[in-house]
Design a protein around this ligand. Sequence first.
Ligand code: NI
Length: 255
Amino acid sequence: MEFIDTHCHICDPAFRDDEQGYIDRALEAGVSIMLQADVDSTERAAMYALTERQSSHLRPMLGLYPGSVDKNWEQEMLEVEKWIGKGAVAIGEIGLDYHYGAEFSDEQKQALRVQLELASRLDLPVNIHLREATADFLEIVRECRHLGLRGNLHAYSGSYETFLELQRLGDWRIGVGGVVTFKKASLAEVVRRVPLERIVLETDAPYLSPVPYRGTRNESSYIPLIAAKIAEIKETDIEEVAFVTTSNAKALFAL
Ligand code: NI
């Protein structure tokens, strides 16, 4: 079986001194490619250097994370532009996040629009981070229909109805990770209804570890636990989940 982790952060300090161990454990688990989510200029050079060192297995994404958007977002966008053409397989992670307050919601929306246009111009998919801002996100996607966007909502936490609305607006998939293994996760019901052809796997490592590692450091080698849970929910086998989600990820990110 082959898996792809479509969203993780191996650059995180949680993995300091464990880079090779991380990669080796992932390969052992069948995870052949891991997409690195970009955050902002504080981490970008290190993230690209990491993907260069591990170029057989890692691919960079490029973008300004909504949690890093403030008054200086245009300055940060100039930093993003310096890395265009250096191998990014997607524009991400980008999006909206009002969880810690909506102080910079206008700036977040502007940064998102600019980066959706960038993705369209470069003909790249987008990797979306969306938290507590669904209505604003859908409004922007509606405005941007002419851009012919494709991408996925990473760590999807929305409803099935939001998924259906996204299907009407463009070529959207959902990223499913460790949360699907949590007890009482409403995500399980969404995953049951969303076709496997619209799902890609991810960890968001070091965050959101699946059961039985919940609350501890997450890593790409746990992807099979997520696939097994999806197989259980969809009453199929893990081989099917591996094959379809890996095909989805390869097609979406041109891997
Ligand atoms: Ni992330």
